[in-house]
Design a protein around this ligand. Structure first.
Ligand SMILES: *Cc1c(COP(=O)(O)O)cnc(C)c1O
Length: 412
């Protein structure tokens, strides 16, 4: 039977899938089962950060797979310890501790659990635990019961009520309404410094600073979801540092690009003191959280290889240079469909001019254009209804960017 027929008969139809069947990848390119070649500016949605089948990642996976795939977190795992050290020392650069998960949603659930624990450790004046996490419009935090409830988008939550309680939503990038969102139950603010799925919306430095100030004044945790934007994607190891580098968050989550295609996620909790004798990271003590698969030797060896390449090849800086190339090509481009380039580094979105595209039946303007670019051999991703997202590998070349513009031009 064909792949499409097997999907129809045996796979839950939760995704609207494009009809192509990718079977092979190398660098910034993918090939489908008919041998057609695509320039991949989707990269598994910001996952294949060092391109497809990078030799360093392939070698790390094959070597580790031949040695030891999995042991329980009941034991010491050197690859996990080393990866945690390098994330804290080389990337976050603020003392803290890591918990490893298998995905972004799981990492966010862990951060939310950390906030709940903190709310028990430091309750309201009458001893009532604080539990409420404030998240923001157009956010995307994942699809589990916890991360879906955190996601302030009705379409993601449709038909799943009752949602996990304990979330309140406030307008993104609105400094004036931030304070009004607080209640006595509030324990944390959680946000994406650069929103990916919600349309490639960059937080303003003023908004981040206002959130950090509010968190400090009201003893709230400041939690950043960098699942999509982290580890070089936005032109900096840490997305928030590209915007307001002086801020010290309490928790950060990652996934997507840190595994380069191998499933892994994690969250970091600061070692800062929450009273004379207790650190924040210690609220997640023995027995408080777990994951059978989280941080296996194989997953950590793969992620280590990816992060090593990002660091050694200076791919965050390269992402900034390639962003410049994309913005330059966009400026020179004679077209009327897009109004601007949003985003930072290589987490970019092309904003579609209102009414410039006649959408295909049942599709958004962004889906319509993504399908048209695909026919020309360029893979991109919608971000909301009106933005086409460009997520090339971090080691994309200027020539590949020029090729992408040539393909987009041909499609228009
Ligand atoms: C993709 C994404 C998630 C969810 O990650 P999964 O690995 O799909 O669970 C969470 N937050 C952000 C910002 C994301 O982009």
């Amino acid at each position: 039977m064909s792949t499409a027929a097997d999907f129809q008969n045996y796979v839950l139809p939760t995704y609207g899938r494009f009809p192509i069947v990718p079977v092979k990848g190398s660098g910034a390119y993918l090939w489908d089962d008919a041998g057609k070649k695509y320039l991949d500016f989707c990269t598994g949605i910001a996952v294949c950060s060092i391109g497809h089948c990078h030799p360093a990642l392939t070698a790390a996976i094959t070597q580790q797979a031949a040695e030891l795939l999995h042991v329980s977190n009941l034991y010491q795992i050197p690859q996990q310890a080393k990866l945690a050290r390098s994330i804290v020392e080389d990337h976050v650069k603020i003392p803290g501790k890591i918990f490893f998960s298998n995905s972004g949603a799981e990492a966010n659930d862990g951060m939310i659990k950390t906030a709940r624990r903190f709310g028990h450790a430091q309750p309201q004046a009458d001893g009532t635990p604080r539990f409420e996490v404030i998240t923001f419009s157009q956010s995307f935090h994942g699809r589990t019961l916890g991360s879906m409830a955190a996601t302030a988008q009705a379409k993601i939550q449709e038909g799943f009520s009752p949602l996990l309680p304990g979330f309140r939503y406030a307008p993104f990038n609105d400094v004036d309404t931030l304070h009004a969102a607080l209640s006595p139950n509030t324990v944390a603010l959680m946000l994406e410094p650069i929103q990916g799925e919600g349309g490639v919306n960059v937080a303003t430095p003023e908004f981040l600073r206002a959130a950090a100030k509010l968190a400090q004044e009201h003893n709230l945790l400041l939690m950043f979801d960098e699942v999509q934007a982290g580890f070089g994607r936005c032109g900096h190891a840490m997305a928030w540092r590209a915007l307001a580098p002086e801020i010290e968050p309490d928790c950060i989550s990652w996934a997507k690009g840190m595994g380069g295609g191998f499933p892994i996620g994690c969250f970091w909790v600061s070692d800062r003191k929450i009273n004379d004798s207790t650190t924040l990271s210690s609220v997640m003590g023995p027995g408080s959280h777990g994951s059978t698969y989280g941080g296996t030797p194989l997953a950590c060896a793969a992620s280590q290889a990816v992060l090593d390449v990002i660091l050694k090849e200076n791919l965050a800086d390269h992402a900034v240079a390639m962003e410049k190339q994309i913005r330059l090509r966009f400026q020179e481009w004679q077209q009327h469909l897009f109004t601007s380039v949003k985003g930072m580094g290589l987490l970019l979105g092309l904003s579609i001019r209102p009414d410039a595209v006649t959408p295909a039946e049942g599709k958004t303007p962004a889906q319509t254009l993504v399908a048209r670019f695909m026919e020309q051999g360029l893979l991109t991703v919608p971000a909301g209804p009106d933005v086409v997202r460009l997520l090339p590998p971090l080691n994309v070349t200027a020539a590949e960017i020029d090729e992408a513009f040539a393909k987009m031009n041909a499609a228009l």
